[in-house]
Design a protein. Structure first.
Length: 338
């Protein structure tokens, strides 16, 4: 793979309907997922699970990049092959999560800012030397009584822009992830407003920082009803409102928008993505950067047992293929019947 600069890398990751496998769960998050299948979250078990995912045949042609956690980018498979090399051999690019989690904002009840800028340049230099081609930083925006505040949005979007510039200065593509959280009983219109304000602030800060938009990927939430809302918007409404919000705020030269699934079911995340691509009318690639929505069925099928590896890999391969079709606007629910 001869990719000479960040613009080529960003374009490659989302080419031909390909998307991103988010496998950057922190050890505590991975622990919760393993608890659900009765598997102990040891370093070896986490490695075995991720090696299994990365060796799935459905990685090829469907996955353009894999976001890794610090532990994983350093790990070798059982046969001694570096996990990041397994990813590259599948035609995908290894990437790395670089933020350091959330910290409460003083005077902003219920709101956080993502930290990790301190020492970021040194960490990025090490990850680049290990072959990481792209990076990810997640900001969290909550909806509630009187929030999100402008202070919270601007603090998070400024941090995203500072991170993005640092990543590009080190020759890596930044994925900027401003996630408006689904938790709550808010309406789809309240989600639209929070997402609109966040994206507006984000691209303003990216421009101020001189970030090359052609060498950047956006990982946003979809505009949905709150998880606990009694009125859940349908697939077409979610697709239309999400597209309206993106078209209003996202520069045409951005190579790709790779959605997070944000707690949606596997099928719903795929259906929403497909509906948007069927509507069309945008210049960027509209693809996926799913964690749970790609892995859930595979995790359950595996259940920590070596004899289940092939079944588990089939589950991941199926979801990767379905989401590639959705990224091309060619998915149909009937394709889910196997």
């Amino acid at each position: 793979m001869s990719l000479n600069n960040i613009e080529e890398i960003a374009t490659y990751i989302v080419a031909e309907g390909k998307g991103i496998l988010a496998a950057d769960e922190s050890n505590p998050t991975c622990g919760k997922r393993f608890d659900s299948i009765g598997v102990e979250s040891t370093e070896e078990n986490r490695r075995d699970y991720r090696e299994m995912l990365f060796r799935s045949k459905g990685m090829k042609d469907n996955i353009g990049g894999v976001i890794l956690f610090d532990e994983t980018i350093r790990q070798s498979a059982a046969d001694g092959t570096l996990l990041r090399d397994i990813i590259s051999n599948q035609g995908a690019l290894p990437g790395i999560k670089v933020d350091k989690g959330l910290q409460p904002i003083e005077g902003c009840d219920g709101e956080t800012v993502t930290v990790g800028l301190e020492g970021l340049d040194e960490r990025l230099k090490e990850y680049a030397s290990m072959g990481a081609k792209f990076t990810k930083w997640r900001a969290v925006i909550n909806i509630g009584d009187g929030i999100p505040s402008d202070k919270s949005i601007d603090a998070n979007m400024k941090a995203l822009a500072d991170y993005a510039k640092c990543a590009q200065d080190n020759g890596m593509v930044p994925i900027v992830e401003p996630e408006v959280i689904m938790d709550g009983d808010h309406s789809i219109d309240e989600c639209y407003e929070a997402t609109d304000r966040s994206l507006n602030s984000l691209f303003s800060h990216l421009e101020q920082n001189g970030v090359n938009i052609k060498g950047t990927l956006l990982k946003p939430n979809m505009v949905t009803s709150g998880k606990d809302s009694s009125e859940q918007a349908g697939v077409n409404e979610v697709a239309k409102k999400t597209l309206d919000c993106l078209i209003k705020n996202v520069p045409a030269e951005l190579p790709g928008v790779t959605f997070l699934s944000g707690g949606q079911s596997d099928i719903l995340a795929t259906a929403h993505l497909d509906a948007m691509n069927k509507i069309g009318g945008f210049s960027w690639k509209l693809s996926f950067s799913y964690g749970r929505a790609l892995q859930a069925a595979a995790l359950k099928a595996w259940s920590g047992k070596a004899e289940n590896i092939f079944i588990s890999q089939d589950e991941l391969s199926h979801r990767a293929e379905m989401n590639k079709l959705a990224s091309l606007g060619k998915w149909d629910e009937e394709l889910e019947e196997r």
